[in-house]
Write a protein that binds this ligand. Structure first.
Ligand code: SF4
Length: 327
């Protein structure tokens, strides 16, 4: 197993109180596998990713419980310099906003080359050659000439390719991509996702794809973990989840997006808003928005029950998953 997250808890101490951003997340990713983590903003998906990468803002953020095992080694027990060594060569991250993640006053060649100089001890000249190779690999046209240019001279899609090249530079085992295509138009989104999927296969990396967009994950993910109010509420292989969601929230998400296999059906948005993490509802946090809520939902937190009646490794944190699945 490449990455195993067990019962992870993260909170933020703010002036208004304690925000429980991650409340017992358990998930795993194998080598060569893509796990999509899906949820509305504030569901805890990006905070989970930052905790795995070791880049959580501390304070105000604090990991209050759980384990993050990377190739069997608990990352939470490592010193900062050991953690830094894991970042880059073990795991790397692609951020949503390439323009603010890249250094505006350094050429992209120098930024890419820096990775090889610092981590691999290459000369400036060799590092520049590797930068050109990487830019070629992520299909940036005229890489030899463009290696001298600055981030603002590239389009949004090309900048995201540079981010991918930076993440790939040290050939990590795991890449975490946090909303990598949100700022791009639909055609460029599809090209960037295709490139990521291709590189994941070629390098046999694990990929965690964080997104709020169901449309982005259908073709690239192997499994999906759906997050709500800091918890995973459903986890399933992608095709099973699309075919028959077991959790009412997942069902609501699927009913709110147009799908080719459901032509002619009306779209329904999930009613209401996600809860404030400063004041998560009692019992099942989804109960104020759930059309199936009953008394027990207001008092008892549902664990991630195994979904029965399916062959796949599936879980759903709903007291009435069976009814949703077959309803
Ligand atoms: Fe809805 Fe209750 Fe299931 Fe929560 S536990 S999703 S409120 S039916």
């Amino acid at each position: 197993m490449l990455l195993q997250v067990r019962d992870l808890h993260v909170e933020f101490r703010t002036r208004e109180g304690v925000a429980r951003a991650v409340n017992g997340v358990t998930c795993h990713v194998d080598a060569g596998e893509t796990l999509a983590v899906l949820g509305e903003s504030g569901s805890g998906k990006s905070v989970t990713a930052q905790a795995v990468m070791g880049i959580l803002d501390t304070p105000p953020g604090r990991i209050t419980g759980g384990e993050i095992l990377f190739r069997g080694r608990d990352l939470l027990g490592l010193r900062e310099e050991e953690r830094r060594a894991v970042r880059g060569s073990g795991m790397a991250m692609i951020f949503q906003d390439a323009l603010s993640a890249l250094n505006p006053v350094m050429s992209v060649g120098d930024q890419l080359g820096e990775m090889f100089v610092v981590h691999r001890g290459l000369s400036r000249k060799d590092a520049r050659a590797r930068a050109v190779e990487l830019m070629d690999r992520v299909r940036i046209p005229a890489a030899k000439e463009r290696v001298r240019q600055y981030p603002h001279q590239f389009s949004g899609g090309m900048r995201q390719r540079i981010m991918i090249a930076m993440a790939l530079a040290l050939e990590p085992d795991l890449i975490i991509a946090d909303e990598p295509t949100t700022a791009l138009d639909v055609t460029v989104q599809a090209q960037v996702m295709e490139l990521l999927a291709e590189l994941r296969r070629e390098y046999r990396m694990g990929l965690i794809l964080i997104t709020h967009d169901l449309g982005v994950v259908a073709d690239v993910a192997d499994r999906i973990a759906v997050m709500y109010a800091g918890r995973i509420v459903e986890s399933a292989p992608v095709h099973d989840l699309y075919k028959a969601p077991a959790h009412p929230y997942t069902r609501g998400l699927l009913d709110s997006v147009p799908r080719l296999d459901r032509k002619g059906r009306e779209l329904h948005a999930v009613k209401g808003l996600p809860p404030s993490l400063l004041d998560v509802p009692s019992g099942c946090a989804f109960h104020p928005r759930c059309p199936m809520a009953r008394d027990v939902c207001r008092t008892d937190v549902p664990p991630l029950y195994a979904v029965t009646g399916t062959d796949a490794d599936r879980g759903s944190a709903c007291h009435f998953s069976g009814e949703c699945l077959h309803g």
